[in-house]
Design a protein around this ligand. Sequence first.
Ligand SMILES: *Cc1c(COP(=O)(O)O)cnc(C)c1O
Length: 461
Amino acid sequence: MRAHEAGALHGDLGTRGPAWLRAPQDVNALVPQLWPRTVRRTPEGSLEVGGLDVTALAQEHGTPAYVLDEADLRARCRDFQQAFADADVYYAGKSFLCKAVVRVVEEEGLFLDVCSGGELAVALAAGFPAERIGFHGNNKSVSELQRALDAGVGRIVLDSFHEIARLTEMSEESGKKPQVLIRVTVGVEAHTHEFIATAHEDQKFGFSLAGGAAFAAAAKVIDEGVLDLRGLHSHIGSQIFDTSGFEVAARRILELQAQIRDARGVELPELDLGGGFGIAYTTQDDPSTAGDLAKRINKIVESECDAASLRKPRLSIEPGRAIVGPAVFTLYEVGTIKDVDGIRTYVSVDGGMSDNIRTALYDASYSATVANRSSTAEPMLARVVGKHCESGDIVVKDEFLPADVQPGDLVAVPGTGAYCRSMASNYNHVPRPPVVAVRDGAARVIVRRETEDDLLALDVG
Ligand SMILES: *Cc1c(COP(=O)(O)O)cnc(C)c1O
């Protein structure tokens, strides 16, 4: 959907918002699953994170700002690590990557997925061990592949026949034998937004299972013997709540695994089922815990392995959003308010689609609360919008805010850790916000705010 079409689409929700929001909610309540774990509303009414008041954070670091609860991020890493104790957990760096987060991921014992030379550069700059990195992408360039080979990246996920040929030639030249996986599109349409469902057949990623390309790719890599084929890979989409998609994916990919064994006598030792585990953006979302996911996925894989008489391969998963998404909220300041009589109230904040494109791009839903104070005013259905020159520049489509919300108030939007800073733009030459990590009463800037000098530095005309 293009941004300028967003107005029409959001209009379809009806003038009073979606049904679940028709009953006004307590505007001061914080629903725990939406917020990083150290966030609370103080007796004075403002939000506190990591022991710090958001008003003080806003004064010191300005708004908008992404506020990262480091304790929450680490706890989520640990949850996955413990739940998937027999598997390798790759943090999907594209959801949000900077050196400080790379270090957290390393300290917590996770692996790391990157999908571009830039992401690889950040990981290596932070000292992340190359052998714990996986490299994805449907169009990795020769120079990106060369960097991965030179750095000794742990595994490269092959995505096309051109890439097999390219990496085979490069490996022969350099005398290296990189470990590779084959990305298989298993034909599962995950129950999620079309743009982020990636395993149905008509799409750019991976080798088709149904069309036989996936088998042909595996056979080619095995027969040539230049690359070290470790296993198959499937990623069926993102923001998935229903594990039945993983079940179908695992069944189909293990059938392929059995087919490869029967044809080539090779039992591939690894299996990667990708990421995509959903998180709560509104009170309507009910995500699974890492423990639940691990139980269900292990069970699926075990029974499918039994059915195909396969040894259980070592599993890996690639959560991005489920690790970093809920650990961050965006702090904005309200600038202007417009009441469209009988329809809704627009609350404009000092950021927007440049720091969170997901609402315009995916029709994503978010929640919000006034963060600098509590209020006894009546709940008012509001739309939180940005400052950009697009009517589709919406941050939160529908939310109850107190009717006395006013310019100068702070608004916090939770669940913005994944695919917000990493997809941020400079649209309208708005400098991108900083990421401020908070832990045990101390805040540190881990990505500084962009300045107008930064913007002009690239403009060499
Ligand atoms: C995007 C992506 C992920 C992470 O998805 P999340 O929804 O953030 O968990 C994992 N693996 C691959 C191949 C991806 O493209």
